[in-house]
Design a protein around this ligand. Structure first.
Ligand SMILES: [Zn+2]
Ligand SMILES: [Zn+2]
Length: 632
């Protein structure tokens, strides 16, 4: 965590930031929309009054249209590059890049601001017609001529070390590009680009040939080409080029601009490669890279982790959703309820989609790791009606993982609810190993118990993780306390214990609580001050006490060599992964030829030793008095 923060600082800006680096509204933070609020209010007011001027009244909705357009590109590109098919640069994204690119909406706000100002000071921009053919043709010619030509030379100048170190290096910090990388530039550079793009717009307005279609169509064209050029997967069919060989000079492809990001000194053109051909700056490997990217097959995973949606908002916090939300632990965000039409759509989509789909792809050591998402929410896992459909979804995912050659499938969150031992009995020929990760979850909880503890309280439903923990504690002479007689009986039946190692304890005695599912969370109120709650459950408990400490759900920090880490797993911090998911990875790395599910559980010591050996680190939290003071 700390490391990624430090590096993000270093790469945050160009190495010698020049003047006009930051957007002028940066101090306003997320309130930046106030810049254009007077115009927004006035345009809505005039619309209600019945004054219709399409350009003026479309500026505000156009902001949302452009946000949506870019968001679609982000989602599609992230899904496609996870699959690996036709992927251009085979490198992972990291948190620092996501952080650097979170302000991709600034240029959308800037366009709106400039348009409002232009509209206000130029009377001829009022009441434009919807369409004028001459203006559209004019725009196209002015783009292909002056805009592309001037951009090419401006771009060459920006690669001069003086301007490069002060401005353009910011854009080039991203070697692997995402669609939104296209608009990540210092403010001063945006000013230059806006001046270029103003050439066709102003010319058509001044010659009174402009139209709504020409104006908004041109912005759409720029957005589309920008996002496309940075999407990191190739999709132009080779057939297109054999039918129209000239196209190669007129429209760039994602692999064409990708070479500018990997090689820096070639392929400078904006959207039309002809200027690189004219001035001899085309990369020699352009055609080969294009063909190689198209031939790249879908990647097959070695380990698949199966997860699912949690809350309704969680769809936005997936890495295929809003990239900046996904790069931070899940929280409730005030504006997400406002997106209810999309939320409804997505719920509807989850009803009709019949299969788990690929969410994330990582590599670690020699393994290709996939995370697949069952498109169902947490509540659906508790519905009796849904249980057969859910079971089928998970079974289909296991079969698909087996067919795609995966060695291990780990079951995350509530995907463990079914009885997988029966499933294995039904399919004895199954090669893939089903791993529920219980042994590592138990080992992580054991490690989270502070050294020197001699008494813990066990709360929640006793599952195999709880029994494994209790067993291990009894060998370490740690007393396991419960609150009720029947719990004590259950524990004594299932745990090999010496006399007195488990007992009934008063609720306010132990300072360490191990908490699972299905317990009365209000009991927390009776815990002693300074109590540490360590969950062994999949979901975190509700934090009801201020002067107590809460550990994360069983999880560990991933090693630095774990690639493509740029989104958080549910509520966990950056670069932290749930123990159940790591369990599957360790299982594959060690080549253990057994399932871990049903009543089977591996040795917690053996699993812990292997996990540490492979570089995963325990996740620490602050539990001293100083941190208590700091939080108040
Ligand atoms: Zn460049
Ligand atoms: Zn670029």
């Amino acid at each position: 965590m700390l490391r990624s923060h430090i590096t993000s600082h270093i790469h945050n800006m160009a190495s010698k930031p020049g003047i006009l680096t930051n957007w002028p509204w940066k101090p306003l933070g997320s309130f930046k929309l106030v810049i254009i609020s007077p115009w927004i209010a006035h345009s809505i007011y005039s619309f209600i009054k019945g004054e219709r001027d399409p350009v003026y009244q479309l500026i505000f909705p156009h902001i949302f249209f452009r946000l949506l357009h870019s968001q679609i590109w982000i989602s599609v590109s992230r899904y496609q590059t996870a699959k690996g098919k036709s992927k251009i640069v085979d490198k992972g994204l990291e948190f620092e890049q996501v952080d650097r690119e979170t302000n991709w909406d600034d240029q959308i706000l800037f366009t709106a601001l400039i348009t409002y100002i232009g509209y206000t000071i130029m009377p001829m921009s009022a009441n434009l017609p919807w369409w004028r053919t001459d203006g559209v043709v004019f725009t196209a010619i002015l783009h292909a001529g002056p805009v592309e030509f001037l951009y090419y030379w401006l771009h060459r100048a920006l690669h001069h070390h003086y301007l490069y170190s002060r401005y353009h290096s910011h854009h080039h910090s991203s070697i692997v590009t995402e669609p939104i990388t296209s608009v990540i530039h210092p403010f001063g550079e945006h000013l230059a680009y806006f001046t270029l793009f103003a050439i066709p717009i102003l010319t058509t307005i001044l010659t009174k040939t402009s139209s709504v279609a020409a104006l908004f169509g041109y912005i759409f064209f720029i957005d589309f080409m920008n996002n496309m050029g940075h999407c990191n997967f190739e999709f132009f069919p080779p057939k297109l080029y054999s039918f129209f060989p000239q196209l190669k000079y007129l429209i760039y492809t994602p692999s064409y601009h990708s070479l500018h990001h990997t090689k820096f000194r070639t392929n400078y053109s904006l959207f039309m490669p002809m200027y690189d051909y004219i001035y001899g700056t085309v990369d020699k490997s352009t055609d080969a890279t294009y063909e190689a990217s198209l031939k790249k097959p879908k990647e097959s995973p070695d380990v698949v982790h199966l997860t699912h949606l949690t809350t309704l908002d969680s769809i936005y916090q997936l890495r295929l959703g809003f990239s900046s939300l996904a790069s931070n632990p899940q929280t409730s965000i005030w504006y997400l309820p406002l997106l209810w039409p999309f939320t409804m759509c997505s719920i509807f989509m989850t009803w009709i989609t019949g299969t788990a789909f690929l969410l994330e792809s990582n590599t670690f050591k020699d393994l290709k790791l996939h995370c697949w998402l069952i498109p169902r929410f947490k509540t659906q896992y508790f519905s009796k009606k849904q249980s057969i459909t859910l079971n089928n979804l998970i079974e289909d995912a296991i079969i698909e993982a087996e067919l795609s050659g995966a060695k291990v499938i780990s079951l995350g969150l509530l995907n463990q609810k079914q009885h997988w031992e029966l499933y294995i009995e039904r399919f004895p020929q199954l090669k893939i190993k089903i791993v529920d990760g219980s042994s590592l979850a138990a080992a992580t909880v054991l490690n989270n118990i502070p050294k020197g503890t001699n008494q813990v309280l066990l709360r929640g439903k006793f599952n195999k993780v709880a029994f494994a923990i209790a067993n291990a504690l009894s060998t370490k002479n740690v007393q396991v306390g419960v609150l009720y007689e029947d719990e004590l009986k259950e524990l004594e039946q299932r745990v090999i214990v010496s006399k007195g190692s488990s007992t009934i304890l008063p609720i306010d005695t132990p300072k360490i609580w191990l908490v699972g599912d299905e317990w009365d969370e209000n009991e927390q109120m009776k815990a002693a001050e300074g109590t540490l709650f360590i969950p062994f459950s999949q979901f975190p408990p509700k934090k009801m006490r201020k002067r107590c400490f809460y550990h994360y759900t069983p999880a560990m920090v991933t090693p630095p060599t774990f690639t493509n880490s740029h989104s958080c797993e549910n509520w966990l911090p950056r670069r932290v992964m749930s123990a159940w998911r790591i369990g599957g990875i360790i299982h594959a790395l060690e080549g253990w030829n057994v399932h871990e599910c049903g009543s089977t559980i591996l040795s917690t010591d053996k699993v812990w030793e292997a996990t540490i050996r492979h570089g995963f680190q325990p996740l620490k939290i602050l539990t001293n008095q100083a941190s208590l003071m700091a939080s108040h």
